[in-house]
Ligand binder design. Structure first.
Ligand SMILES: Cc1cc2nc3c(=O)[nH]c(=O)nc-3n(C[C@H](O)[C@H](O)[C@H](O)COP(=O)(O)OP(=O)(O)OC[C@H]3O[C@@H](n4cnc5c(N)ncnc54)[C@H](O)[C@@H]3O)c2cc1C
Length: 463
């Protein structure tokens, strides 16, 4: 297939008849569970001008545009029928300004593997995603639940400006003052952002001096008392501590490996004394004598934490994920509703997380606008595609059980082709729809990939 165009590209346009079509279409997806959807073409961009020309090419052909940065969308949002998929994976530039302490990075840069070490060498830190290979593009656009988001905010809150190619195919800067509507949308609209971001300009923070790590491992039979205690405690813990409970297969001191509940706390502070103080509430856990093993305030590093995350998320396995923002005054009741997500995971490598978001911080005015005091997500991990339906049914059932305490979801772990929930405030969603109408009236950029686009941003059981 030949695409007739006067536009010049440094990169390559791959069409469905090319021998490497499937590689271009899905090869860079992290999730080995690949969608069958067929784009019209894939543009493997080599520079910003390619992206500008790509949007112009899409206009000329009546295609809508999807952008792939890191390729980590669980639900395969980058693969959509009849679109031009602009793959910007080869754009990897990072620049740091020593005076402003602002780093500017292209969206396919990996937050943990690349950006974090780059900044660490300069004594700086940016709270990128936990899994090191996640691209900053999709991550920041949907809010960005990075290191110590609980205390230091959503990663998108550190975006000070973006460079973006608009629906007209023009490269512009967007920040608080110019193109402020696009800047607002770029912090939470996620995969329905009306443009291609070619660069993020990010405020950085001074690198912490000490990383103290506490882990307490419990049998899953102890899930309810331990998690109820955690619920009652987490909001009073220092906001320099990231608090996550994980159900995951774990090597144990007796040499065996089995699924346990890990209560983990990571203090990102100036020195050991500050870490000891920040982590003290965990040493007072009344159930500690039941722990299968534990360690307290052990010195760790970002590199070590990244390596652990990588082990938990093997690349190209098949993943089904879902998530919920949960809430409720009766903590024991909330815990009972989320328990199956942690205790009954059907795959050996599957895992589930409960992440503290308390005390809940007030958000700046941006598209990202829905959160509660705690976040839960569950991931089934398998290799054999025939396990799909069994895992899908289990995940749906477990999240249905959590429905009475569910306020909505986070885009990052969602798949609206399966289950649609609210992810943004009602007012903010109306504003986003107005921005779509003003900036992209022809729908040049895809909207949310959903089972029922007419009921997007509503909890399905409340329709
Ligand atoms: C192993 C793993 C661990 C994860 N851990 C975390 C975590 O700790 N915290 C968290 O918040 N999320 C996490 N996620 C979710 C992840 O942040 C989202 O899937 C995110 O969308 C990935 O960004 P990406 O650029 O890699 O993905 P892509 O699949 O490349 O992009 C996802 C979507 O974002 C949009 N997009 C991407 N780049 C651009 C751009 N430049 N311009 C316009 N639109 C764009 C597109 O619509 C695209 O379909 C994790 C995902 C995986 C697979």
């Amino acid at each position: 297939m030949i695409i007739d165009t006067d536009l010049e590209f440094t990169g390559r346009i791959v069409t469905p008849d090319a021998p490497d079509w499937d590689d271009a279409r899905v090869g860079r997806m992290f999730n080995g569970r690949r969608p069958g959807r067929q784009p019209a073409a894939v543009l493997v961009a080599e520079n910003e001008q390619d992206i500008v020309n790509g949007v112009r090419l899409a206009r000329a052909n009546g295609w809508s545009v999807v952008t792939r940065s890191g390729g980590h969308s669980w639900a395969g949002w980058t693969v959509q029928d009849g679109t031009l998929l602009i793959d910007i994976g080869n754009l990897q530039d990072i620049r740091y300004d020593d005076e402003t302490k602002i780093v500017s990075a292209q969206p396919a840069v990996k937050g943990g593997d690349v950006l974090s070490p780059f900044l660490e060498e300069r004594g700086r830190f940016f709270n990128g995603g936990h899994c090191p290979s996640v691209g900053i593009g999709g991550f920041l656009l949907q809010g960005g639940q990075g290191w110590n988001q609980r205390g230091w905010g959503w990663a998108a809150e550190s975006v000070v400006a973006i460079d973006v190619v608009t629906a007209e195919g023009i490269l512009v800067r967007a920040d608080e003052k110019e193109n402020s509507d696009l800047f607002w949308a770029a912090r939470g609209a996620g995969p329905a952002f009306p443009g291609v971001v070619t660069r993020f300009h990010l405020a950085t923070r001074e690198k912490f001096g000490f990383l103290g790590h506490t882990v307490q491992a419990f049998e899953l039979d102890d899930f309810s008392p331990v998690m109820t205690w955690l619920y009652e405690t987490h909001k009073s813990v220092s906001t320099d501590v990231e608090i996550v409970a994980v159900s995951t297969p774990t090597p144990l001191p007796d040499g065996t490996e089995r699924r346990v509940l890990l209560v983990t706390a990571v203090a990102l502070v100036a020195d050991r004394a500050a870490a000891e103080e920040a982590l003290a509430p965990f040493a007072a856990n009344p159930y500690l004598d039941r722990a299968v093993f534990s360690f307290h305030c052990k010195e760790s590093s970002l590199a070590e934490q990244r390596a652990q995350q990588e082990l938990q998320n093997p690349e190209h396995w098949q993943y089904l994920t879902d998530n919920a923002w949960v809430q409720g005054d009766d903590h024991a009741d909330v815990v009972e509703h989320i328990r199956p997500l942690f205790a009954d995971i059907p795959t050996e490598r599957g895992f589930a997380i409960w992440m503290s978001n308390g005390p809940t911080r007030e958000l700046p005015d941006m598209a990202f606008s829905l959160q509660t005091e705690a976040y839960v997500a569950s991931y089934t991990v398998y290799e054999d595609p025939t396990e799909f339906q069994r895992n899908r049914d289990w995940l749906n059932g477990a999240f249905e059980h959590a429905q009475p305490v569910t306020a909505g979801q986070y885009l990052g772990d969602s798949d609206m082709t399966n289950r649609q929930l609210k992810f943004m405030g009602t007012e903010q969603f109306a504003k986003l729809q107005q921005i779509w109408a003003d900036r992209d009236p022809d729908g040049r950029f895809v909207r949310y990939l959903a089972k029922d686009p007419a009921t997007v941003n509503r909890n399905h059981w409340q329709l």
